[in-house]
Every structure is written in structure tokens, then in C-alpha cells.
Design a protein around this ligand. Structure first.
Ligand SMILES: *Cc1c(COP(=O)(O)O)cnc(C)c1O
Length: 452
């Protein structure tokens, strides 16, 4: 004991109680420990193993309804098209569909997933900078609601495919408004230097050109300026004001604009960020685009599903680093790793990490580095995090892991993809079977000259 603490704990971190208080689906039970809705996470670990993603259906519904109410409260005629890439689990899609959600997709695979979950292509927007001809054909064949075109080259491709199919493709132009959403560089998308969208000054002539092409029905303007936007409404307002200006100019030239797609990006508080509310977003849309008298669309991903998920993991062991080698650090080595939740390694993301045991709440806390077993120093979830002493088999939950969690997993280090479980009130059900080692090998083939 008495090893000096080499890293001062970051006192700005929220406490366990503060993390819980801000997350209504989570609660502590004196006997059962941490619960998602009415289901103890310890029970889920016992039944389904770890690591496991756990989603709260109640949270999905509550957030969808809050967003819808904010849009309606502002008097907007707005469609919500859930950005499937944030979490494409069938059960999650079904819960959101039952609330009335359409979809925003970025691949034919996502279109298959959303259609399988009962979201018709006719309620789905196809975004993305590199749709292949096969994907465009597939989407048009199923009657896609809207294709968001991102380049002149893509528009020509859509025109040729639609004309050949004898259909009229509903196309919106994704405009890059050149605003800085002031989010992480890897998820900012609306600056001129980003690969996304059509430069603002090119959009007007391109829209006119599109109207003259065969196979295309120009229907609107779209934008998406970035993800995890927590810096107030100024970037949104600037982008939407530019869209409004453009729509008015298009109309004055007699070009029809039926709808405007405001994209996604609304941020959530992972740590102590003051995230904008859906009411603030609705207000910004109303103030900038509300006077145009056309329906608006939103493509929220993270805001809807992020807070609805946790990643449940077990402690493999607690390792005390040598005073000489690693300076007396304490490491909590988990059975989850960067291949499961890559956000900390990829975006320097902070996730709340709560012990699940009912005893942990009263325990003395000291700093620990929380790491996975993958052979990369980047496989570090948190440094100097205040945690109790933990034993092999003890459970922890990563909070706000419902978005860009399971969907970004890989099998690096030949680690099977984790299971996924949906909680709905007192019920819990497996919604994705854990991969097996056999699954990992099943798609590999040996050339005959090596098979011997
Ligand atoms: C990723 C993405 C979204 C969703 O972003 P969130 O930050 O998860 O809300 C919406 N629209 C497009 C075009 C996207 O690429």
C-alpha cells in the first residue's frame, strides 16, 4: 500500500452519483447494484456473459418523443430520419420505427437493415459521398424517399441509372456550408476542406443543371455539419441561414425546392458538456428555415441512441504497475477492449465508467487506468479514473455507449464481436448473439496448395 499516486485524479470528473442522476434509465439498487430500467446488469452478465452491449428501449422511446415534441412545439413540420449508422441493431430500429422514425442510411447494407426492421425505403434518405452504381440502383428499385447527392459526378451517375431504369430519382443536394461545428476533427464534416457535400458556390448552378437532367427530380437542399456538436447553436444557425438564403435564390429562379434536410449532429453530455437541447435545435431551425413554408427533415443518430446503451464488461484482473516500470499506476484490465468500443482510442472520447456491484458505492476510490487486453497502448479507456479496488469478475458499465459503439467494433486480436441485449422495463432479451471463434474462422479459405 502507500504507493504514491503519480497521477492526480482529475477532479473535474463527475462523481458516480452525478453520472447516475443525469441518466434516468440507470439506478442503483442496494442489493442488485446497477440497473438498466428494471433489470440488474449483474443478471445480464450472468445470463449472457461479457462484454455485452445493453440497450434501453424506454430511453430510445423517451428521447424520440422528446425530440418530436420539441419540433412540434416549435410549430415545425418535421420528419425524423434516424441515422442508422449510429446503431443498426434490428431491435433498436424496430423500437424507433414503432415511434414513427424514418431512416438515414449510408450504404445498401443499411438499407437492407432498415427495410428488414420495417422502415420502408419510402421513408429513408440515402446519404454518403461514395454510393456505388449498384447501391443507387438498389435504392431506386425500392423507391427510396431521397438521395442526397454530394458531387456533380454522382449526379451524372444517378441520372444515367435512373433514366436507364425508367424512374425519376428524388435528389437533394448536400451542400457544404463551410461552417466550423467546433467538434472533434474526425467528426467535423461541414468545413470547405472536408470531403463532404458540394461547395456552397457550386450548389446553385448545379441545382439548375440537375433540373435539366433526365431521370432526376430535384427536391431539396441538405446539409450535415458534423457530429457531437455541443458548442451551442451558432454553427447550426450559420449553416441553416445559408441554406435558407440558397433556397430563396433557387426559388427566385423558378427552381422547385420541396424540402430541406437539416442533418444530424446534436451532441450529448458524455462527461460534463453542456449539450444543446432539442428545443434549442428546433428554435434554430424555426428561426432560419421556418419562414420558407416547406417541411424540414432531421437525421439524428447519436442523440437518440447514445444515452440508451451501456457496454457491460468484466474485470479480468487488477494489475499494480511496478514503481520502477509504470510508476505505481493501477491498471484495471477488462474483458472489453478497443475492438469493442473504439471511441476513446479514435476520438479521445470520455465515457463514464460505473462499477456494477452494490458494494462499490461505499468503497474507497483511487485512480486507475482502465484498459483492455488488446496489444496496443491505445487500448486505454480511461486514465487516472477514480475507481474502487476491483477483483476478477467484478463488473463495470461504460455509459452512453449506444451510438458508434457496437457498429464500430472489429474482431482485432481475433476477438469475437460482443453480444447485444435489449432491456424493456423488466424484460431483457438477446438481440445479437455473441460471435464464436468458429464464426471468426468460418469465412477464411486456404488455397489448395497450402491445405495439405
Ligand atoms: C453520421 C450522420 C448523421 C448522424 O450524425 P449524429 O451525430 O449521430 O447525429 C446524420 N446525417 C449524416 C449525413 C451523417 O453522415
Amino acid at each position: 500500500m502507500a504507493a504514491p499516486l503519480p497521477i492526480a485524479p482529475d477532479s473535474a470528473d463527475p462523481t458516480f452519483d452525478e453520472l447516475l442522476a443525469a441518466r434516468p434509465a440507470l439506478s442503483w439498487h442496494a442489493h442488485d447494484g446497477l440497473l438498466v430500467e428494471d433489470v440488474p446488469l449483474a443478471r445480464i452478465a450472468a445470463e449472457f456473459g461479457t462484454p455485452t452491449w445493453v440497450y434501453s428501449a424506454g430511453t430510445l422511446r423517451r428521447r424520440y418523443r422528446a425530440l418530436k415534441a420539441a419540433l412540434e412545439g416549435a410549430g415545425l413540420n418535421a420528419g425524423i430520419h434516424y441515422a442508422t449508422k449510429a446503431n443498426d441493431n434490428q431491435a433498436v430500429l424496430r423500437v424507433l420505427r414503432a415511434e414513427g422514425a424514418g431512416a438515414d442510411i449510408v450504404s445498401a447494407g443499411e438499407l437492407r437493415a432498415t427495410m428488414a426492421a420495417g422502415i420502408p425505403a419510402g421513408a429513408t434518405v440515402f446519404s454518403g459521398v461514395g454510393k456505388t452504381p449498384e447501391e443507387i440502383r438498389f435504392a431506386l428499385g425500392h423507391g427510396i424517399y431521397q438521395l442526397n447527392a454530394e458531387s456533380v459526378e454522382e449526379i451524372d451517375m444517378i441520372s444515367a441509372i435512373a433514366a436507364e431504369m425508367g424512374v425519376l430519382a428524388p435528389v437533394s443536394l448536400r451542400v457544404n456550408p463551410d461552417v466550423d461545428a467546433r467538434t472533434h476533427a474526425k467528426i467535423t464534416t461541414g468545413k470547405a476542406e472536408n470531403k463532404f457535400g458540394i461547395a456552397f458556390d457550386d450548389a446553385m448552378p448545379l441545382y439548375a443543371r440537375m433540373a435539366a437532367l433526365p431521370g432526376i427530380r430535384p427536391i431539396g437542399i441538405a446539409t450535415h455539419i458534423g457530429s457531437q456538436i455541443t458548442d451551442g447553436m451558432s454553427a447550426y444557425r450559420a449553416a441553416y441561414a445559408r441554406l435558407a438564403e440558397m433556397i430563396q435564390a433557387l426559388r427566385s429562379r423558378g427552381l422547385p425546392v420541396e424540402r430541406v434536410d437539416c442533418g444530424g449532429g446534436l451532441g450529448i453530455p458524455y462527461r460534463d458538456e453542456v449539450a444543446p437541447t432539442p428545443e434549442a435545435l428546433a428554435g434554430a431551425i424555426k428561426a432560419t428555415l421556418g419562414g420558407l413554408g416547406i417541411p424540414v427533415m432531421l437525421e439524428p443518430g447519436r442523440w437518440l441512441v447514445g444515452p440508451a446503451g451501456v457496454l457491460l464488461a468484466s474485470v479480468v484482473l487488477q494489475k499494480q504497475g511496478s514503481l520502477h516500470g509504470s510508476g505505481g499506476r493501477r491498471f484495471l484490465v477488462l474483458d472489453a477492449a478497443m475492438n469493442d468500443l473504439i471511441r476513446p482510442a479514435m476520438y479521445e472520447a470520455w465515457h463514464g465508467i460505473l462499477p456494477v456491484s452494490p458494494l462499490a458505492r461505499a468503497a474507497r476510490l483511487s485512480p486507475a487506468d482502465i484498459v483492455g487486453p488488446v496489444c496496443e497502448s491505445g487500448d486505454t479507456f480511461a486514465k487516472g479514473r477514480l475507481m474502487p479496488s476491483m477483483a476478477p469478475g467484478d463488473l463495470v458499465a461504460f455509459l452512453d455507449a449506444g451510438a458508434y459503439g457496437a457498429v464500430m467494433s472489429s474482431t482485432y486480436n481475433a476477438r469475437p464481436l460482443a453480444a447485444e441485449v435489449l432491456v424493456d422495463g423488466a424484460r431483457a432479451a438477446l438481440v445479437r448473439v455473441r460471435q464464436t471463434h468458429e464464426d471468426l474462422l468460418a469465412h477464411q479459405r486456404l488455397p489448395e496448395w497450402l491445405a495439405g
